[in-house]
Structures are given as C-alpha cells and as structure tokens.
Design a protein around this ligand. Structure first.
Ligand code: NAD
Ligand code: UFG
Length: 339
C-alpha cells in the first residue's frame, strides 16, 4: 500500500515512516518543516534502505495538497501535521486554530475530491480532560481541554467524525496518544524540540547532556503515591507500529473508530528520573518546583481495545525508552542541526 503522511518529517511521523517501510508499504511525506527538517527523512531512508517521496508545502494550502493527490496514487493518509506546543497555544491561540483545524479541513476536503477516504488522525489523551476515572477508556465522554492546542485535537476529532457520519464511504481512525518518548534504536532519528523543551523526556535528556543545568520537577503535592504527576510513557517505535496496524485496519473497515495508544502503565516524574539514571548509569541534577498550570495529576490508558481490535500492544520497557532517548541525545547533542 502507498500512504501519505502529513507532518511525516516530525518526531512521530519520521518513526512511523520507518515502521511502514519495514512493513513493506510505500510512503509519501507532505511537510512544511515548520517544526522539522528534511534531514529526518534522509535518515529514515538510511535506516530503512528505501526511498520516500517528499513534498514540501503547507497542509492548509488546498492547491498544493491537491497537486500531491493529482501526482500520487494514495491508499490512505496519516494526518500528523499540526502545531503542538501547549504553552505557545495559550499565547497565540489563533495560529493553532488556523493551522491545526485549517490543515484538517483542507486535507479532508481534498481527500474527498480525490476519492481517498481513509484517514488515521494523531489525537491526544488531552481530549479526556481532567477525568477522575483512570485508566482512560475510549468510551469515556470527552472532557474539557485546558488549552487551545487540546481544543484543536478535540475539534478535529469532531470534524472527522461528522464527515464519516455524513458519508459512509469514509474511514476515520482517531488515535489518542499518551506520552511518546524515546527514539529509534539506531540513534539516527529522535525528538528534536526547538528552544527550551516543554516535555519531560527531552528536558531530562538535555539536562543529562549538560545543555540545561537541572530539571525542575513541577509539583510534588499531587494526590499520587509520591506526590508527582503520573503519565503513561510509550516508546515512539511502539507508537509507530500502532500506526501500521491502524492503517491496515482502516483499509478494510468503514466508519469512525477510536483507539488509545498507551502502555496502560503509569509512572511518576520521580520514577522517570530514577529510571533514566538507572538505565543510563548517570546522575541527573533536579529540584522540586511549583506545579505547572494546566497539569492533571494522573493520566494513563486502558489499552485493551487496541489490543483486541488492532492486535497491537506496546512491547518496549521503560528502560528501553530511557536508553534509546539518551542514545539519540548523546549522538546528536544539537539534534539534526550540526554543532
Ligand atoms: P512534530 O512537531 O515533531 O511533527 C509535526 C509535523 O507537522 C512537523 O514536521 C511540522 O513541520 C509539520 N507541520 C505542522 N503544521 C504543518 C502544516 N500546516 N503543513 C505541513 N506540515 C506541518 O510533532 P510530533 O510530536 O511528531 O506530533 C505529531 C502529531 O501528533 C501532532 O499532530 C501532535 O499534535 C500529535 N501528538 C503529539 C504528542 C506528543 O507528545 N509528541 C502527543 C499527542 C498528540
Ligand atoms: N514535567 C516536569 N518538568 C519538566 C517537564 C515536565 O516536572 O521540565 C512534568 C509535568 O509537570 C508532567 C510530566 O512531567 O507532570 C509530563 O509532562 P509532559 O509535558 O512531558 O507531558 P504532558 O502529559 O503534560 O503533555 C503531553 C503532551 C501533550 C498532550 C498531553 C496530554 O506533550 O501534547 O500529554 O496527553 F496534550
């Protein structure tokens, strides 16, 4: 099969390219490199020993997206393209609504015009809001998001469900990711955040590399066993493999289906620090700091549906996640940029 990946040069997209190529599929990537670079695709090609067709342009640009579908035979789409910095979305909400919803609506319209009606979408556990019921199960009602980024996921889900409801030829698979971390085991591709990382694992890695002085642990008075927040960290290669299963599922089903992609295990921030130190035989400078606004105490997946329906489950351990994240960081201290 030949799949289009919007945002395929980004962190999760590049790892998914590897999994799809390894599974024998062909990959076309559309990306404007607003948060990535072509080097990621070159490295994917090196890992997989296969080539990728790459189009540089904006997913909100209907003429451009349409030109890609005119040139390529596409069996299905994974829609990764979007802005994802939670704090930035609070400061410049309109950019997030315009980019993330614009990309979703333009893409779906162009897909329908080209009679390609199978889409897998990168959603997030953030759509559950601050649910008191853990683990998060797909049948829970969607919650209140705490930031504009989260609302763009919530609204994109709604838009795609409505499209599939109106036209039964559509297949929409909504994947709710928990907390992707780690890197391909080669250390050739990984997460390359611009500026100061918002997320825990890249901040830990940059602290271990000496780029940051110390890790601040945001809040130690949450109602959790050790007082720090609990999350479901999932190895990005497990997540990537989940996309292969989701696309293969989409090829012979119709309608909308939602799947959590998580491990089902929650780890606290203190536990993550200890695991990183243990896996990589190093000491990580860290201090306790005030809570970060908008954080919820506990988030972890009920992954049973993905296991039963997609025959997918996360295989890699917390040690694998910590080791592979550090392998990437230590081999590429400046990410994809040269020093
Ligand atoms: P990323 O920023 O590394 O990748 C997103 C890619 O989309 C980038 O390559 C970027 O250049 C591209 N892009 C953005 N807007 C575009 C546009 N208008 N046109 C073309 N390309 C565009 O992020 P990621 O971590 O790989 O996340 C991929 C998707 O998964 C995003 O939609 C993100 O919101 C979602 N997601 C990520 C996480 C996470 O923790 N990483 C969690 C839940 C959901
Ligand atoms: N944390 C720290 N110090 C840091 C960074 C993070 O203590 O320097 C803590 C946070 O307070 C939180 C935990 O580490 O308790 C995880 O934080 P992340 O930012 O790594 O992840 P979040 O769960 O907050 O956010 C992630 C994605 C979002 C998504 C959300 C909900 O980054 O895109 O999960 O699924 F919306």
């Amino acid at each position: 099969m030949r799949f289009l990946l919007t945002g395929g040069a980004g962190y999760i997209g590049s790892h998914t390219c590897v999994s799809l190529l390894d599974a024998g599929h062909e990959v076309v990537v559309l990306d404007n490199f607003v948060n990535s670079c072509p080097e990621a695709i070159a490295r994917v090609e090196k890992i997989a020993g296969k080539s990728i067709t790459l189009y540089e342009g904006d997913c909100c640009d209907a003429a451009f997206v349409s030109s890609v579908f005119d040139k390529e035979h596409i069996d299905g789409v994974v829609h990764f393209a979007g802005l994802k910095a939670v704090g930035e979305s609070v400061r410049i909400p309109l950019n997030y609504y315009q980019n993330n919803l614009g990309a979703t609506m333009t893409l779906c319209r162009v897909m329908a015009e080209h009679h390609v009606k199978r889409i897998v979408f990168s959603s997030s556990a953030t759509v559950y809001g601050d649910s008191k019921e853990v683990p998060f199960n797909e049948s829970l009602p969607m919650g209140e998001c705490t930031n504009p980024y989260g609302w763009t996921k919530w609204m994109s889900e709604r838009i795609m469900r409505d499209i599939a409801f109106a036209d039964p030829e559509w297949t929409v698979v909504l994947l709710r990711y928990f907390n992707p971390v780690g890197a391909h085991e080669s250390g050739l591709i990984g997460e390359d955040p611009s500026g100061i990382p918002n997320n825990l694992m890249p901040f830990i890695c940059q602290t271990a590399a000496g780029v940051r002085d110390k890790l601040s642990i945001f809040g130690n008075d949450y109602p959790t066993p050790d007082g720090t927040c609990v999350r479901d960290y999932i190895h990005v290669m497990d997540l990537a493999d989940g996309h292969v299963k989701a696309l293969e599922y989409a090829m012979d089903h119709q309608g909308t289906e939602i799947f959590n992609l998580g491990t089902g295990e929650g780890y606290s921030v203190y536990q993550m620090v200890a695991a990183f130190e243990r896996a990589n035989h190093l000491t990580l400078p860290h201090v306790d700091a005030p809570r970060r606004p908008g954080d919820i105490a506990v988030s972890y997946a009920d992954p049973a549906k993905a296991k039963a329906v997609l025959h997918w489950q996360a295989k890699r351990t917390l040690d694998d996640m910590c080791r592979d994240a550090w392998n990437w960081q230590s081999r590429n201290p400046h990410g994809y940029r040269q020093a």
